[in-house]
Design a protein around this ligand. Structure first.
Ligand SMILES: Nc1nc2c(c(=O)[nH]1)N(C=O)[C@@H](CNc1ccc(C(=O)N[C@@H](CCC(=O)O)C(=O)O)cc1)CN2
Ligand SMILES: Nc1ncnc2c1ncn2[C@@H]1O[C@H](COP(=O)(O)OP(=O)(O)OP(=O)(O)O)[C@@H](O)[C@H]1O
Length: 180
């Protein structure tokens, strides 16, 4: 399923009309705009490969944080980051903030994914990094970010998978939990 979804995502992104790409993920829908405005800290990610770039849409938030790996390890933390701050390659190939020693626990996490379903199922890159973080911090709201073509009927779930509260695509805001 990961292979199929990577392929889908790559070709969808490559064939996106430039105007559609410009318009995608530019404005937060109302419930998310209110939540991010009220949040002390919002976590996002630095777009990798064909992932949607959501950072331009989040310039107004009080504090932004990005995922950080101290090494090729299971765990992940979040470091405060300001637009313009330097990013460097992390141990898994994604870009991350420079080591600052400063970690923060966000109130809301916008997370990347490979696949999602309408029950809040999420398929990630396979490291279990977000799942472990969600398990350790169950109170944090989890909003998946995806292109609409990343939807599948049912993501195969494991007991350790944490369900998303909602998913935002270039077409739709899908509420999947009862926390929003
Ligand atoms: N933009 C972005 N940042 C992110 C994630 C993500 O999915 N997207 N992550 C989500 O958890 C974490 C990084 N975790 C990752 C885990 C595995 C692979 C991975 O399989 N990468 C390569 C192989 C890398 C290798 O083995 O050296 C690949 O896909 O080919 C990538 C990221 C934190 N930051
Ligand atoms: N809370 C957890 N505690 C311990 N192991 C976990 C936990 N969550 C996931 N794992 C393990 O991590 C591995 C990868 O998990 P999974 O396939 O769900 O990753 P993913 O959701 O695709 O990746 P990611 O969350 O990094 O985007 C699996 O072996 C899984 O059992």
């Amino acid at each position: 399923m990961r292979g199929k979804l990577r392929f889908r995502c790559k070709h969808f992104a490559a064939n996106l009309d430039p105007m559609a790409r410009l318009a995608a993920f530019r404005v937060l829908p109302a419930p998310l705009a209110d939540l991010t405005a009220a949040a002390r800290c919002v976590a996002a990610y630095s777009a990798w490969r064909d992932e949607p770039d959501i950072l331009p849409m989040l310039t107004g938030v009080r504090m932004l944080a990005l995922p950080h790996h101290a090494g090729r390890v299971d765990t992940m933390s979040f470091h405060p980051w300001r637009p313009g701050d330097k990013l460097e390659p992390g141990p898994w190939g994604t870009e991350q903030p420079q080591e600052s020693g400063e970690t923060v626990v966000p109130d809301l996490i916008f997370c990347p994914l490979l696949g999602f379903d309408r029950a809040g199922g999420r398929l990630g890159q396979g490291g279990g990094h977000y799942d472990r973080y969600f398990a350790a911090h169950p109170g944090i709201l989890r909003i998946g970010i995806a292109w609409s073509v990343q939807e599948v009927d049912a993501v195969p779930t494991e007991p350790t998978d944490a369900r998303l509260d909602a998913i935002l695509t270039e077409q739709e805001f899908i509420v999947t939990g009862d926390r929003l």
